[in-house]
Ligand binder design. Structure first.
Ligand code: IVH
Length: 675
């Protein structure tokens, strides 16, 4: 009994910690522990819950992913209507709105406003009972929504329990919050670049991607999309909640909900207009997509008294920004060659201004898109610029056609090297498979040197172009045989710059194996898979001989990646490059990791307690982990040994009760093979 209580408390502590650190990471963007520490803690909780399933709670961070695929979404009633907003397209229309509602209730004239970004995402309604997230729905028709709880649990910034952390703020027993699920620009760009490299179709825009992800029946797919949440309203509650919008935003923030940083308090309409002007200008700098600003009366009871017109509350209005869509002339369609040989078409446009920026090029996503939309060279096309995202073509204005437009045909040969192009079965992308293609080589060198790979300071795309075009670099290994003379021939290189680059290169010879594997630029291998491969194979000498079946034993590696790896190492060009890297001393090896069979402590789980003499607990933990053992914090039947120092406390009693062997420091050292 006592043991169960202890375990229950341990699980609760871990959950509390994990929820808090998750919040620091995903909501505050200000983590105070490393990802490694977080993962260790999560693993500990997973193990505990695995052994004691009765300890699992719906708000456990282990439950974010793992919901079963649904057959369909259940329809559920909203506790109050989920209203929409009337639109205003000019300041005059905003003034007219204010005049109207002031006539209805003169008190409005005295009131302040809150101006918030109008997030272009998907409305969600989140139900909390006793502080625990129990239900999440879509907006649906405003009266009924669809139950997408399992999908919403995967959204990292959504608090599974409130208040987050050990705050004392009181939470109503029942609280229903409204927010918007969005994808931040930077996450969207990263997602698409990963898809491009994997030969998959790119997503068209963040909103539809977020919406598609939330509507997945299988939550494990939703979990792979970088969704974020931002909250702005309370729909229902049975406790005291703030009565002004400004306080409400702080209150939500206090509870641990993500809330936009950009909302502003305005004393009068003049201030509202100033805020709107500022945001119109800076719209592109916001981290998410907005299609306007929402102006809300700060006094919520007053807003409620004003009532609605149809489904639109009178107490708030959406000021819509002019759409950042223009039409221009499509001069040509050109093609980019990426580092894995993927070809991406882009539009060369007659320069046009959108939202203060001159746009000359726009992405066309992929060749299928051009065909689907029937985009022709010479067309007038609609171009959209959404925030920071690269401008994209929406489609042709067919009514403006003169008949001289030229339908586009996919290239047969690589625009950079002239090699015949290939299509991979099941993928939409066209590939140039010539490993010596200069465009690919430049991108490859850029990737090799990038921060997540070998991190070669000062080597960016510009220098990569120079190195390849001058003929000094024909593959990445040539970087390590560059000489001062080679570099001095390049434009813009003096002795100092050349020496700096040579020194930066020298520094990177010691980079880890996982960085080097990532740097090789094998299709489908990013930072995460590279590190899995490094841990499993420990050296390139072993990895280069590996067969598909062995690779597929690693979680997350399927037939596409395993074939790509084996093919890569089979290419004579790559073999020769690896030979040259080895010769240059760029040949890192990974230390065997914990759990490897030939380690003295592998397979054993330790708990450390009490004060050990001459060694700290952290040092003892390192000692154990370095030799393949695992350290957890609570004693259970899975514990192999308890390492006990002075004043061991209740853990010693428990270990003895369970018949677990107890070691002192010298016992541990003997077991670990240390004299
Ligand atoms: S308040 C009574 N605030 O815009 C409350 N809505 O066009 C009405 N939206 O359906 C909504 N950001 O999904 C509000 N800061 C914000 C918003 C926001 C985006 C969405 C919301 C609504 C739509 C109306």
């Amino acid at each position: 009994m006592e043991q169960t209580d202890d375990l229950k408390q341990k699980a609760e502590e871990l959950r509390e910690q994990l929820l808090y650190h998750n919040y620091r990471y995903h909501v505050l963007a200000n983590p105070i522990i490393s990802d490694y520490e977080y993962d260790q803690m999560l693993r500990e909780l997973q193990e505990l819950e695995h052994d004691h399933p009765e300890l699992i709670t719906p708000d456990s961070p282990t439950q974010r992913v793992g919901g079963e695929p649904a057959e369909k979404f259940e329809r559920v009633p909203h506790p109050a209507p989920i209203l929409s907003l009337a639109n205003a397209f000019s300041k005059e229309e905003v003034s007219a709105w204010l005049d109207r509602i002031t006539r209805l209730d003169p008190q409005v004239a005295e009131e302040a406003f809150v101006v918030e970004p109008k997030l272009d995402g998907l409305t969600v309604v989140l139900h909390y009972e006793q502080g625990v997230f129990v239900l999440g729905t879509t907006r649906g028709d405003g009266e009924f929504g669809e139950d997408i709880t399992s999908n919403l649990r995967t959204v990292r910034s959504l608090p599974l329990r409130i208040p987050v952390g050990q705050r004392t703020i009181e939470v109503p027993d029942r609280l229903v919050v409204r927010g918007e699920v969005v994808i931040f620009h930077e996450d969207f760009i990263r997602l698409n670049s990963e898809r491009r490299q994997a030969g998959e179709k790119e997503y068209l825009n963040p909103r539809n991607t977020a919406s598609g992800a939330l509507r997945q029946l299988d939550p494990s797919i939703t979990a792979q999309r970088p969704l974020s949440l931002l909250c702005y309203a309370i729909v229902d509650s049975d406790g005291d909640v703030p009565t002004t919008q400004w306080e409400l935003l702080s209150y939500l923030r206090e509870l641990g909900f993500p809330v936009t940083e950009e909302s502003k308090y305005c004393r009068d309409l003049q201030e509202v207009f100033q805020v709107i002007d500022k945001f119109s200008e800076e719209r592109g700098n916001l981290p998410y997509e907005v299609d306007g600003m929402v102006i809300k009366l700060n006094d919520l009871p007053l807003a409620a008294v004003l009532g609605f017109v149809g489904k639109d509350p009178r107490g708030a209005i959406a000021y819509k920004f002019p759409a950042q869509v223009v039409t221009t002339y499509l001069e040509n369609i050109e093609v980019n060659v990426g580092r894995t040989g993927v070809l991406t078409p882009y539009a060369v446009l007659e320069p046009v201004e959108i939202g203060g920026v001159v746009v000359r090029q726009a992405t066309l996503h992929n060749f299928e898109f051009i065909g689907d939309k029937d985009i022709r060279v010479g067309d007038r096309v609609e171009v959209k610029r959404a925030g920071d995202v690269i401008p994209y073509i929406i489609g042709p204005v067919t009514a403006a056609r003169s008949g001289k437009e030229v339908p586009y045909t996919e290239p047969e040969r690589c625009p950079s090297c002239g090699e015949l192009l290939e299509k991979v079965k099941g993928e939409v992308a066209l590939y140039c498979v010539n490993a010596a293609c200069p465009s690919q080589l430049i991108r490859n060198i850029e990737h090799f040197a990038s921060r997540g790979a070998m991190d070669i300071e000062g080597l960016g795309i510009k220098i990569a172009v120079q190195l390849v075009e001058s003929g000094a670099v024909r593959d990445a290994s040539d970087l390590y045989t560059l000489t001062m003379e080679d570099l001095l021939q390049l434009e813009g290189f003096g002795e100092k710059k050349a020496a700096n680059l040579l020194q930066a290169l020298e520094h990177t010879k010691e980079r880890s194996l996982s960085r080097l594997i990532n740097a090789l630029g094998i299709r489908g291998i990013g930072e995460v898979t590279a590190s899995d491969l490094a841990r499993s194979f420990l050296s390139l000498d072993r990895l280069k001989l590996v067969q598909e079946e062995e690779l597929e034993k690693i979680e997350g590696i399927g037939p596409n990646i395993s074939t790509a790896v084996v093919d890569w190492f089979a290419q004579p060009r790559n073999k020769s490059m690896l030979g040259k890297l080895k010769e240059a001393g760029v040949w890192p090896e990974e230390k065997p990791a914990e759990g490897t069979q030939d380690q003295p402590l592998s397979g054993s789980t330790f708990v450390i307690t009490g004060t050990l003499s001459g060694i700290t607990r952290d040092e003892a933990r390192e000692l154990i982990e370095e030799r393949g053992g695992k350290v957890t914090s609570s004693v259970s039947t899975k514990t192999s040994y308890l390492v006990a120092g002075e004043s061991p406390g209740s853990k010693l009693a428990k270990a003895q009760e369970l018949g677990i062997p107890v070691l002192d420091l010298s016992g541990l050292q003997r077991l670990a093979g240390i004299e």
